[in-house]
Design a binder for this molecule. Structure first.
Ligand code: ZN
Length: 688
């Protein structure tokens, strides 16, 4: 590894993680909010002065400055809360959250500011502003309206109270899921009970037991641990037990029934969202959610999902039949949900001639990272360099900088790859600093890339599954859009200001490389022998792209339709009726409904704790864009121009133009669904 540059020479502003303690959080937030409120008062006075000329510099710049000042303090606090979810961080985060929410509401419901934005938008100066600045102003006016700026004072107050309660309820939802995961474990004394499980999974379970001073094995519900059992353990009763614990997390069912039950919170969250939507004049929350997205209407989204369902349904059933047939050979006549991952994996081994586990030796962490970095250098002309000596929040975390072709630094990221007890599950990219220009010049972007991969077993480097490699590429795609932006306006640089249902474009686009033969050949090498992934195995892997995609698509459609309808159909008189909605959705799209005790919504954090509310469809929506974008690379034979053009448009423009316009700039035409259908192995043209 090349020596990394000394920290003092780095042009990045990174949080001083060594000195950020939960007990400092609230005081720091109070201080920054006091400063901001003072600045806001000064701004209001100036705007109320009839002599004041309203320009970008007198209105937007001071607000941006407040926003960045707050983000610098709040960003690390909310990040540490996600990756170190201890009691202390929870208390600190939860003490700050209502203060932040209140301040943001004060701004978004401030009539003086709103009038000033209106004046700016209708002034003679407006057409002379850059396209990015015009978009910032249009977005701001929309967001004022979506925060209830035009409501009478009583209703504004109601909106504010609802928003505060909603923020707290969503946080509690997430905490319940984390607590439920942490509260369950199963001790297994004998290795013989774990037959079928792969050595890495067993080793991690052994390590967990050893950490608690015990011999034997400890099974837990964090995803790598759950997956290692449900996919490989021969013992059907064990699979059922862990399935039940996992499928009932934070609910009224299963081994921890009622202890962390999210059902009342779901009721409350959906009720509050519906109230906000109707206050703003929408029929339901799904309409409110779509008001700032690329998709034109709730009807259009539902039609898109149902059309996909029609296309994919027979493939999904055929796949399930094949899996059941295989299980029947083992004498399983009553095929159940806890058999599905296990026999899917068996079918994969049988049909494709390899298992996920067989690939792991070719995906050692250092090799995969090098492969990913070489790819972005080849395609987008940016070099990634490890940077040592940066203080982080955990010894697992690694730090990297991005340089442009002319050697200038352009961005920075933290990579936190491994699962930990107190870390939120899943994988995500979040911004640390967003690119923006102010009086001091340009501030460079930095990102957090967070995953929950299984740890290295003793005696080897971390060996990732192909699925984990795909996840890394996915999050890195978000990171690229955040870091390769060339937009200087804080509100629309990087991923900011990008319509939510287009945000998964760069991320899902990057996943394609993990199925591309040339790209895989460049980095998939055995960690011990340095042998490349054998051609036969490589072909099988690339061919596996469409393997069981009927089932996985049906599952995504189920989640997306449930999310859309549960927000669309909320009825204050009847409540959320999540069970009813879910059953109806499953009758339409599910090919393998789970057992009655299963409680999917109670751990559906994307929708009930995160930003995907009435927006989970975004994954599928953006997948159309992502596959179509990747097909441009295939059509051009991966000529360097295509990478350059992708960088200059989709990765560079951020939210400075409408998502559709940016896509058309790159592709030369609006998106079509053909590439996605090819990718999931569906013939073109058949619709029924
Ligand atoms: Zn994503």
């Amino acid at each position: 590894m090349v020596n990394s540059p000394p920290l003092a020479q780095l042009p990045f502003e990174l949080p001083p993680f060594e000195s950020i303690r939960p007990e400092h959080a609230e005081g720091a937030i109070d201080a920054v909010l006091t400063t901001n409120r003072r600045a806001l008062e000064t701004l209001r006075c100036a705007l109320n002065d009839p002599a004041q000329v309203i320009t970008w510099d007198t209105l937007v710049a001071p607000l941006d400055e407040m926003g960045e000042r707050l983000r610098r303090v709040w960003g690390p606090i909310s990040h540490l809360f996600s990756v170190t979810n201890t009691v202390e961080w929870r208390q600190a985060h939860n003490a700050c959250l209502p203060k932040i929410t209140s301040f943001n509401l004060e701004i978004s419901q401030d009539y003086t500011l709103y009038k000033a934005y209106q004046a700016l938008a209708s002034g003679s100066h407006f057409p002379k502003l850059s396209a990015a600045r015009q978009k910032v102003i249009r977005d701001a006016l929309r967001d004022f309206r979506l925060a209830g700026i035009s409501l009478p004072e009583g209703e504004k107050k109601k909106y504010r109270a609802g928003a505060l309660r909603l923020a707290a309820a969503q946080t509690k939802f997430e905490e319940n899921v984390i607590d439920a995961v942490q509260a369950w474990e199963k001790y297994v004394p004998e290795e013989s009970s774990l037959t079928g499980m792969k050595s890495a999974g067993k080793e991690r379970a052994r390590q967990k037991a050893a950490d608690k001073g015990r011999d034997g094995y400890l099974l837990t519900l964090d995803f790598p641990s759950y997956d290692a059992v449900i996919r490989y353990a021969d013992d059907r009763a064990l699979r059922r037990e862990i399935f039940e614990a996992y499928a009932t997390r934070a609910s009224d069912q299963g081994p921890l029934a009622g202890r962390f039950d999210n059902t009342p919170l779901i009721e409350e969250i959906l009720g509050l969202r519906h109230e906000q939507a109707t206050l703003l004049g929408f029929a339901n929350y799904a309409e409110l959610s779509l008001a700032s997205k690329m998709a034109p209407s709730v009807v259009a989204v539902e039609s898109f999902l149902l059309d996909m369902n029609v296309r994919v349904r027979s493939k999904a059933f055929a796949e399930l039949d094949r899996i059941k047939t295989l299980a029947a050979l083992d004498g399983i006549a009553d095929f159940e949900s806890w058999d599905l991952p296990y026999y899917s994996e068996r079918l994969r081994t049988e049909r494709l001639g390899f298992s996920e586990d067989q690939l792991r030796p070719y995906f050692s962490a250092p090799r995969v990272l090098r492969g990913l970095f070489e790819l972005v250098e080849r395609q987008f002309g940016v070099r990634v360099e490890a940077i040592d000596g940066v203080t982080t929040w955990h010894r697992d975390v690694r730090t990297f900088g991005l340089r442009d072709a002319d050697n200038r630094w352009i961005g920075f990221f933290y990579l936190d790859p491994y699962s930990r007890q107190d870390k939120r599950g899943g994988a995500w990219m979040d911004e640390c600093v967003g690119r923006h220009r102010d009086a001091d010049g340009v501030h460079l972007p930095s990102a957090y890339l967070t995953c929950n991969f299984g740890r290295a077993a003793e005696g080897s480097p971390p060996l990732w599954t192909h699925t984990e490699v795909v996840t890394l590429f996915h999050e890195f795609g978000h990171g690229l859009q955040h870091m390769l932006t060339n937009v200087d306006e804080a509100a629309v640089s990087g991923i900011r200001g990008v319509a939510w249902d287009a945000v998964e474009l760069p991320s899902q686009f990057m996943e394609n490389w993990c199925f591309d033969g040339e790209c895989l050949r460049s980095f998939a090498r055995h960690w011990q022998t340095d042998e490349p992934l054998p051609d036969a195995l490589l072909l099988k892997l690339t061919a596996s792209r469409s393997f069981l995609t009927g089932l996985s698509t049906a599952r995504q459609l189920e989640l997306a339709l449930f999310d859309l309808r549960v927000h669309r159909d909320y009825d204050p008189g009847a409540g959320a009726r999540i069970g009813l909605t879910l059953d109806a959705v499953r009758r339409e799209v599910s090919v393998m409904p789970p057992p009655p005790f299963s409680r999917m919504p109670q751990s559906f954090g994307h929708v009930f704790a995160g930003g995907y509310a009435a927006g989970y469809y975004s994954y599928k929506w953006a997948e159309v864009l992502a596959s179509d974008a990747f097909s441009a690379f295939e059509e051009a034979g991966f000529a360097p121009d295509t990478g350059r053009s992708f960088r200059d448009t989709i990765l560079a423009l951020g939210g400075s133009e409408e998502a559709m316009d940016v896509f058309v700039r790159f592709r030369g035409r609006p998106p079509t669904i053909d590439a996605l259908l090819r990718q999931i192995g569906l013939e073109l043209g058949i619709k029924a």
